[in-house]
Design a protein around this ligand. Structure first.
Ligand code: ADP
Length: 415
């Protein structure tokens, strides 16, 4: 090769090499750019995925929190048990109903923390039946109540049974009410039977013996009249109680300011003759301008029941005192005190129950229905108040109605 050729050759090679180098450099730069772009894209994708995960996590957390809130604020107790009867979790209502705390109960066997053979029999029965069972159980712990239990199998995400979920509802109040209702029905039937039997018996005898002997006829008719009156009193008292109960259950009452001085005077006037007949004095002292917001006719009925009992139980030449002091911040107290025989302590807690009598035969003969004090109690209750009694054998009795200064506001009607 000639130098010219060499120089020509190198002059031809150089641009080629240069082009190749530049090409390679551009290629490398392009590659690195592409690499960086794809890394950036991947990073952006990862960031987006992470953001989505965070959002999902936050929404799951919020969902979980709201489910926890619902679970915790439910009145139904919820208890989850694993296959070994170990407590997995329980809500606040279950804690209250079973008298245990989630902190100490979680992870422990149910029989270790709740001593109730009936509850354990129910759980056994639920497991034996594949997780499903329904039954009412009576707990015998200090928190004793009647629970309606419903068990369902606890399933994992693949549908396998991993335990049972028990829902517990407190039905104690409903059952007590039902038993009170059936007791009341039995008591009413019993109370009605005596006067009805008497009336029937005397009328049949009259029909048999005829009317030849006028004094005997008069006597028999007198007995019939007494029993008819007794029947009427019973029916009246039962109706009064049932209407008071409806009012307690939310029916509307028309409350207005009731001036007590004149109310007391009216009741004393009405019962004056029966007090005179027994030789009993009635004294009354009412604080000037004392008044309550309430239903005058009901308050008069309650006072009359208390006064009638006091007169009925008092001996001749004793005094029955009605006292109403000036209202305080707590309200007003209507008090009826007698100097009668008093009531033994054992009777006091049950005295205001329907048909509860201290001396069964005597008060029934005296014409009492056994509902007088129950009516007084319910009248106090519809006024947002309460009743109390203070008595001891041989020391007389003091009955009180404690009425609030203002009764439940939604029932009040502006005068
Ligand atoms: P009754 O209508 O039969 O009198 P109550 O509900 O008014 O029924 O009274 C319930 C019981 O309380 C009665 O057995 C009665 O003997 C007793 N009792 C009520 N008031 C007095 C009183 N002031 N002193 C003694 N016993 C009373």
């Amino acid at each position: 090769m000639t130098p010219t050729d060499e120089s020509t050759g190198s002059s031809l090679l150089l641009p080629l090499v240069a082009t190749a180098i530049v090409g390679a450099a551009i290629g490398a730069a392009a590659l690195s750019l592409a690499l960086r772009r794809s890394q950036a894209r991947r990073a952006a994708l990862q960031r987006a995925r992470l953001d989505a995960l965070h959002t999902r996590l936050r929404s799951l957390e919020a969902q979980l929190a709201s489910q926890q809130l619902v679970l915790q604020s439910m009145t139904t107790g919820i208890l989850a048990l694993d296959m070994q009867h170990r407590i997995l979790s329980l809500n606040a209502a279950a804690e209250r109903l079973l008298g245990i705390t989630a902190r100490t109960a979680r992870g422990r066997l149910l029989p270790e923390v709740v001593r109730s053979p009936e509850l354990h029999r129910f759980v056994e029965q639920a497991f034996d039946a594949g997780g499903t069972a329904r039954r009412e159980v009576t707990l015998d712990s200090a928190t004793a109540g009647i629970l309606f239990l419903a068990a369902e199998p606890l399933l994992d995400s693949s549908g396998r049974t991993t335990g049972v979920l028990i829902a517990a509802d407190d039905v104690t109040a409903e059952r007590r009410l039902e038993s009170m209702r059936s007791d009341f029905a039995a008591n009413v039937s019993h109370e009605l039977r005596t006067p009805i039997t008497n009336i029937k018996g005397y009328v049949e005898t009259l029909l048999e013996i005829g009317v030849e002997d006028p004094s005997q006829v008069r006597h028999f008719l007198g007995v019939v009249q007494e029993n008819a009156k007794r029947l009427a009193r019973l029916v009246e008292d039962i109706l009064a109680l049932s209407s008071l109960e409806q009012r307690q259950a939310g029916a509307r009452l028309e409350f207005e300011p009731v001036e007590l001085e004149s109310l007391v005077a009216r009741v004393v006037d009405d019962l004056g003759p029966s007090a005179d007949a027994r030789g009993v004095r009635i004294e009354h002292r009412v604080a000037p301008r004392a008044s309550v917001v309430g239903v005058g006719s009901l308050l008069a009925q309650a006072l009359a029941n208390l006064l009638q009992n006091a007169i009925q139980c008092s001996a001749a030449n004793t005094t029955v005192r009605i006292e109403i002091s000036a209202p305080s911040r707590d309200g007003i107290v209507i008090e009826v005190r007698d100097e009668g025989p008093g009531i033994a302590e054992k009777h006091l807690p049950r005295l205001f129950e329907r048909f509860y009598r201290v001396d069964k035969g005597r008060t029934r003969e005296a014409g009492g229905t056994g509902l007088g004090l129950a009516i007084v109690k319910h009248i106090s209750l519809v006024h947002g108040g309460r009743v109390s009694v203070e008595s001891a054998l041989g020391r007389g009795s003091t009955f009180r109605m404690h009425l609030p200064a203002t009764p439940p506001v939604e029932d009040r009607v502006e005068a």
